[in-house]
Design a protein around this ligand. Sequence first.
Ligand code: G6P
Length: 362
Amino acid sequence: ADMDKGTYEHYMLKEVDEQPAVMRRLVQEYTNEKGELVVDEAITSRIQKADRIYIVACGTSWHAGLVGKQLIEKVAEIPVEVHVASEFAYNMPLISKNPFFIFISQSGETADSRQVLVRVNELGYESMTMTNVPGSTLSREANHTMLLHAGPEIAVASTKAYTAQIATLAILAKATGMVKGTAVAKEFNLVKELSLVATGMERLVGEKEHISDLVKANLETTRNAFYIGRGMDYFVSMEAALKLKEISYIQAEGFAAGELKHGTIALIEEGTPVIGIITDEVMGSHTRGNLKEVESRGAATVVVSMEGFEKEGDHIVLPHVHELLTPLVSVVPIQLIAYYASLHRGLDVDKPRNLAKSVTVE
Ligand code: G6P
């Protein structure tokens, strides 16, 4: 039944809509009888001893890894590096004394990631694969597995797997932090926070018409577009640009809001869409300044911001969630922007040109 599009025209839209249910399912799957979030003890006890964690992934999974680094460093207090799998061999990092490797892969079949895992196994390091597919190659070849429980993802553009990856990384960070006894982990009521996220996502997926109109007004004919943000919003900007490129073929870039002025601002012309993501008030005031800079050069700006930080003009308002979990809600309108940009251009949303769901060549 999961493979059925039901009343949906596209798998992508169905998968975007499934995200609140995936959040709830993840909480269920990782909760014990006492109502506490738990992860296989073999994993948490091993990770809490690691002096450094190396996350390795590609594409959207790599973007989830960037958010995961913040979660693990802040909640479990273990240093994390995030690497693009295809670069690992050429820019091999100096490996710490007691490393632990986490491979993030929706399919569990990506050749670039597997190549790194083979090397990691040769070197005798311990690893885990975070994947949506039990029994997949990466799952079998790593020492441990954490499942994403997102259900089959059919559309080439990854949506629910990304949010499932971030939520699973949050669960891992919380469970590891509890084993280590960090103060942040004790205060982080993740069961409650993820349930707020699910409710917030439900509200956002109900704003399809608004988002479709916003795309018509700002992205209908453009050749390029920019997403900007700071902190977590920067990582979501990168994912937002990738989503837009993948299915609408609009050339897009996700930028650290403060870095735009150091070169890329030269590309801003009359009508260039610049979408700012703002989930934090302090960082947001700086990002707003950057939006003003591009507006004065003709850019058409749109703001995606958390409740309370609204502004005039084209705007999407995000429900308030915990500061470490903002990507889980800010990414939803971003997925829908990409969806409508593709749809309005009459493109094949679920099967974009040149792309494959999982890439099994290096
Ligand atoms: C392909 C897909 C991307 C995906 C990447 C990594 O390029 O088109 O959407 O993010 O592979 O896939 P994985 O299954 O390893 O997460």
